[in-house]
Design a protein around this ligand. Sequence first.
Ligand code: NAI
Ligand code: MG
Length: 357
Amino acid sequence: TQHRLLLLPGDGIGVEIMAAVRKVIAALETHHGLSFDLGEDQVGGAAIDAYGVPLADDTLALARASDAVLLGAVGGPKWADQPYGNRPEAGLLRLRKELDLFANLRPALCFDALADASSLKRDLVAGLDILFVRELAGGVYFGEPRGIETQDDGSRVGINTQRYTDAEIRRIAVVAFDMAAKRRGRVTSAEKSNVMESGLLWREEVTSLHAASYSHITLDHMLADNCAMQLVKQPKQFDVILTDNLFGDLLSDEAAMLTGSLGMLPSASLGSSGPGLYEPVHGSAPDIAGQGVANPIAAILSLAMALRYSLDEGAAADAVERAVDRVLADGYRTADLAAGGAVDSAKVIGTDGMADA
Ligand code: NAI
Ligand code: MG
């Protein structure tokens, strides 16, 4: 099968890391017999320059017709004066919304060669492999009513509403259980059912879905504050962590710092049908854009996630991840990974060099 892949490099280092991803795609075609139908278009500031808007309708149509979309990064000082709603970031938000991407997958993976760069002791993080499944489309960031209201006595109140329907909880839990089935078969569901009604419903729905359809998966419930502690105390106890939008935002950022640099972190956002969106966690890094020094590994690992979750090419995904592990074990580093460490300066390489390696 030919995989239809849309590349949206975007802005800043997005362009450089996507060129690196193309090299990996070419290697998969040459050495692993994969076949891609590659499309490329603009998003973010580059799309404002080309089409006047951060995500054109034609680009959205290309995305819908793809098996997976790979995005670099959007944003930069050049577009700082754009009106709100026509900023580069609005292109990414529109893409997520139009593709109905409600499941955000963020791995916290610690490559052995980088374990000493963690803020925790090597033994705690070496070999760490957690997958966060974060609900992305609901919860307190979107719940109504919301706003800042002035009371009769003149005082003001800021209002947000944490709100989850049973259907929203079940559809994200399905993703978590399905992911766990392909991994180590364990889901930890994190909420605050002790103090929140939405958390109580979350626990009830996850429990009944588990009993009905996923009894082959091990399910634990953990209060989210305890989960935050356990992540630094004994992070290797986790396989898949299932959680809502707010707790997922905080816990996945916490776990990311156990594993090293921003330049290493991939992500995926999935809907119930249609293409997934794969992108590094980092932004367009205007401070280093155009210098050829950006770390392409987050983008390359995002490609690996696309291979695994949208293209059903698990073996190729494994091969990409093994290649990253091997190159790091051989001592090669981009500048962001070399800072402050005992690294052989001859092995500090740029974006292209890392992709070639
Ligand atoms: P950033 O992630 O672009 O950069 C933060 C720091 O990390 C910078 O010092 C940068 O040089 C470094 N860095 C990031 N990625 C790197 C890589 N692959 N290799 C080496 N070093 C790397 O975040 P920042 O500076 O807050 O935002 C810059 C622009 O990116 C803004 O316009 C922001 O809105 C946008 N942004 C876009 C995102 C996206 O497209 N999903 C996500 C985050 C920010
Ligand atoms: Mg965050």
